[in-house]
Design a protein around this ligand. Structure first.
Ligand code: SF4
Ligand code: SF4
Length: 422
């Protein structure tokens, strides 16, 4: 089996082409999304014939992308046998584990191709600035994979409010369960950001989330603090297009690191147009995305699953690396962060890292770094996963943003404590 860390830094487009010509296997791009599209057209320019895309997300399969079929990863062997795989996914580590389990050895990081592209010289299916952002992120994340000594985080969500201007029945961030939602304490958020940044080597993006982040009137203070952190490369604000920020908030977001990602919920996003206009006028990067791809992942119930089932759920969960900062704690995903915020389940301290407590306990930054690394790399599942249905790519889609009038009451009467955590 190819040893990834040994060979990757020496790879070039020419070497990959030479290996492909020698093994004469079909070429497939792993990841039917924007980075994959850019690699596809780069391959066309280089005379490399790509036969198909493969993807873990079943909703992307069974149809064409860039004029070629998208097959589910599980069906790759049945369709093509052995292949050359160009990986167009930022989180390359998970994909390498997956493809090597499938006994694929001819895989290559797509960043080697992406580095040879000027995205502004092509027309892709997405807006140029967004394509540029996706490509840079993919390059950056894959580059960091070959430097295992660095503590690099692709993305960290920071929760700045529990309040939202919408009330979606299936909000995956569990806003529908907050009876008295509050904004998070700005001082505490800033302290946590500072601690995290003092420990890690680099964070590709901080995603500012809620609820609806513009419900927190101090969003510009938090955004400015993130922008000023030299280890943070991008700050992405996720909004539902219902609120037009005030001029001082727009001013606070005005930085090349900032991008505003607006989800278009149709008539519900009643301020989408004015928001787009004011971001454009201020020269702030933004991207409007359609609401879609929702799955039923917001149910909270105690399942009492055995450890093997929890491991399988966690392994298949596409949210397990959605690292989340909530108050002064670092979590694996927004579900676990918000379930703890809701305060109705027993807390298992192994499910998150308490950054403030670590400092108070006198841990030095190298020890916190070691703990973080173990939390990120060694976890097999969390006890909190037992309250969750997980987020599998195979789950059926549901209607997005169905609105409810009242918050949902949690019924966790069947809780048993003592669930193991790995
Ligand atoms: S808009 Fe809907 S999905 Fe988004 S945070 Fe608010 S309640 Fe959740
Ligand atoms: S299964 Fe676990 S990791 Fe995945 S969303 Fe649920 S709690 Fe988070």
């Amino acid at each position: 089996m190819m040893s990834p860390k040994r060979n990757l830094s020496a790879l070039t487009v020419e070497l990959i082409r030479a290996e492909m010509s020698e093994n004469r296997l079909p070429v497939v791009i792993f990841g039917a999304s924007m980075a994959g599209e850019v690699i596809f057209y780069r391959c066309q320019e280089l005379g490399i014939r790509v036969l198909a895309f493969c993807d873990n997300n079943i909703k992307k399969t069974g149809r064409d992308y860039c004029g070629i079929p998208v097959v589910h990863t599980k069906e790759l062997i049945a369709h093509f046998g052995d292949v050359n795989l160009l990986i167009a996914v930022a989180d390359i580590e998970d994909i390498i584990i997956q493809v090597e389990r499938l006994n694929y050895t001819h895989w290559y990081p797509g960043n080697i191709f992406l580095k040879t592209v000027n995205t502004f010289h092509h027309v892709y299916s997405g807006p140029a600035e967004y394509v540029d952002y996706v490509v840079k992120t993919c390059i950056h994340c894959q580059d960091n994979y070959i430097q295992p000594d660095r503590l690099f985080l692709r993305s960290v969500d920071v929760i700045i409010t529990e309040r939202c201007s919408l009330k979606c029945a299936h909000c995956s961030n569990l806003m529908q369960y907050y009876e008295h939602p509050q904004n998070c304490e700005t001082t505490q958020i800033l302290e946590s950001i500072a601690i995290l940044c003092s420990v890690v080597d680099e964070i590709n993006e901080f995603r500012v989330i809620g609820g609806e982040p513009f419900m927190n009137k101090e969003i510009h203070i938090i955004t400015r603090a993130l922008v000023d952190e030299s280890k943070v490369h991008n700050v992405v604000i996720y909004t539902n297009g219902t609120i037009l920020p005030k001029p001082e908030q727009i001013q606070g977001m005005n930085d090349p690191k900032v991008m505003v990602l607006i989800t278009d919920y149709g008539a519900l996003s009643k301020n989408l147009e004015p928001l787009v206009q004011s971001l454009s006028a201020a020269g702030i990067r933004y991207f409007v995305d359609n609401a879609g791809g929702w799955t039923d992942c917001a149910k909270i119930e105690k399942h009492n699953r055995p450890a093997d089932d929890l491991k399988a759920l966690f392994t298949e969960c596409c949210a397990k690396n959605t690292f989340t900062l909530s108050d002064d704690k670092f979590f694996r995903c927004p579900f676990s962060a918000n379930l703890e915020r809701l305060g109705q389940i027993p807390v298992n301290s192994a499910d998150r890292i308490d950054l403030a407590l670590a400092l108070k306990s006198g841990w030095d930054t190298s020890f916190i770094k070691k703990q973080l690394r173990a939390f990120i790399n060694n976890m097999k599942f969390m006890s909190v996963c037992d309250y969750c249905n997980g987020r599998s790519f195979d789950a059926p889609e549901i209607e997005p943003a169905r609105q409810i009038r009242q918050f949902l009451k949690l019924d966790l009467s069947n809780i048993q404590t003592g669930m193991p955590c790995e």
